[in-house]
Design a protein around this ligand. Structure first.
Ligand code: UGA
Length: 447
């Protein structure tokens, strides 16, 4: 094994943990992955990858000799000194991040004694490093170093984001600990930000909160565009050319979802609140995101009138394309809202088979294809911009639907093609919307 290669442990094989582990193995390190979920570990041992992430299966297959999957902390601690912590920190009822899994890992590791370096990949509130190290010290535990190494990967592009990151952030109490973590990523060419632990923790929260702010900002611009006849896509293009603004995360739509932005924006707001600071801007970011989903229902009502008894298809359920993740997906809110208004909801998503996820979609008929979901519906809403929806034959769609209304919640479709097929089209803040002759309904009918 060349000098730079290390034995590294990764605790938690969710999106962040598994992708981090596999990329470290790809870089040549010997990686031991631990998860308390035996079924997940069994699956990984048998070569089945429990999550869908483009490129991950191939990378695992290529790095098999460098990866092992276990459930025992004794085994983990016997073989690894450096331990990445990548367990989830879901929102708790108070709005703070739930740290119980992270704390459990720290307990399980520290109770086994020995010299360790904990590398925190999980998104944890600013101050976690200070708290954990203080608690270890108070318990008389010595020999455990702590480094904050936040993750910036996006689901659906995770492998590329880890192997070609914009930056690597390393916050350490001891220079040597930071050096050790930096060496693990020596093969990756990028800027390395070396800083303190609280600053590294804050970089993560501030980055996610800023990206979420960009999305809510462009969504509000889109809403104003609708009122003044401007097109938000061109507005975003024009804004994005200014290098101080940049073209990214300015895609207007029905708002952000996923396991990160909703949770992290809330957690940062809460964190600020706990210190006595009222983070006013984040309140607006959250509220705009919430209202953006409701606006789509309002648009639909303008087109088809009362929703009671109307059939509506949701195209896409995952929080974004190229993932199977449904956490905080806009589809969950939309499906529930439409059902509450009395609509009959069908849906199709390439990652969500019929009969699955009744917990999230108890009143949704999940179909095996987009066309099946569109059969006999009065209207369709594009919730997730899966490429196959963009490629749909709209003439065939027109024949299958009972009504004609398509609301493109992601501004992903070609409005002209829908018009040519005789379908009515509404985007979010776009100008090429058109309503099929004889419609819309008057505002009285619409409500
Ligand atoms: C996000 C961040 O982008 C990552 O840098 C970060 O590491 C990750 O959270 C995390 O904290 O773990 P992710 O949630 O996987 O990654 O997905 P994004 O691509 O950021 O999309 C989040 C949501 O914003 C999606 O619902 C997406 O549809 C929406 N979005 C994104 C928009 O509505 N408009 C945009 O312009 C961009």
């Amino acid at each position: 094994m060349p000098q730079t290669q290390r034995s590294v442990g990764v605790v938690g094989v969710g999106y962040v943990g598994l992708v981090t582990a596999v990329c470290l193995a790809h870089l040549g390190h010997q990686v031991v992955c631990l998860d308390v979920d035996e079924a997940k570990i069994e699956a990984l041992r048998a070569g089945r990858v429990p999550i869908y992430e483009p490129g991950l299966d191939e990378l695992i297959a290529g790095a098999r000799d460098h990866l092992s999957f276990i459930t025992s902390y004794d085994e983990l601690c016997a073989s690894c000194r450096i331990l990445f912590v990548a367990v989830d920190t879901p929102p708790s009822p108070s709005g703070d991040a739930d740290m119980s899994r992270v704390d459990r890992v720290v307990r399980d590791v520290s109770s086994r004694g020995g010299e360790r370096l904990l590398v925190m990949k999980s998104t944890v509130p600013v101050g976690t490093g200070e708290r954990v190290t203080a608690e270890l010290e108070a318990a008389g535990v010595t020999g455990i170093g702590y480094v904050s190494n936040p993750e910036f990967l996006r689901e659906g592009a995770a492998v590329d984001d880890v192997l070609h990151p914009d930056r690597i952030v390393i916050g350490a109490y001891r220079e040597a600990d930071g050096d050790e973590v930096q060496r693990l990523f020596a093969a990756i060419e990028t800027t390395v930000v070396r800083t303190t632990v609280p600053t590294a923790e804050m970089i993560k929260y501030a980055s996610n909160a800023f990206l979420a702010t960009k999305i809510s900002f462009i969504n509000e611009i889109a809403n104003v565009c609708e009122a003044v006849g401007a097109d938000v896509r061109s507005v975003a293009d024009g804004m994005g050319l200014d290098h101080r603004i940049g073209p990214y995360f300015l895609q207007a739509g029905i708002g952000y979802g996923g396991s990160c932005f909703p949770k992290d924006v809330q957690a940062l707001k809460q964190l600020a609140g706990n210190t006595g600071y009222h983070f006013q801007l984040l309140n607006a970011v959250i509220e705009v995101n919430h209202l953006q989903k409701r606006r789509v229902v309002g648009k639909l009502q303008e087109r088809v009138g009362r929703l009671r008894g109307k059939r509506v298809a949701l195209l896409g359920l995952t929080f974004k394309p190229h993932t199977d993740d449904l956490r905080e997906a806009a589809s969950i809110v939309l499906a529930a809202r439409l059902h509450a208004e009395g609509a009959l909801v069908s849906a199709y998503d390439p990652m969500v088979p019929p009969g699955s996820r009744v917990d999230l979609f108890p009143n949704v008929q999940i179909a095996t294809s987009a066309l099946e979901a569109l059969d006999g519906v009065d209207a369709a809403i594009v919730v997730t911009e899966w490429p196959e929806f963009i490629e749909l034959d709209w003439n065939v769609v027109r024949e299958r639907m009972r009504g004609r209304h398509v609301i493109d919640g992601r501004n992903a479709l070609d409005a002209g093609r829908l018009a040519a097929a005789g379908l009515s089209y509404d985007g979010i803040g776009t100008v090429d919307d058109h309503v099929v002759a004889g419609e819309p309904l008057t505002s009285n009918e619409a409500r």
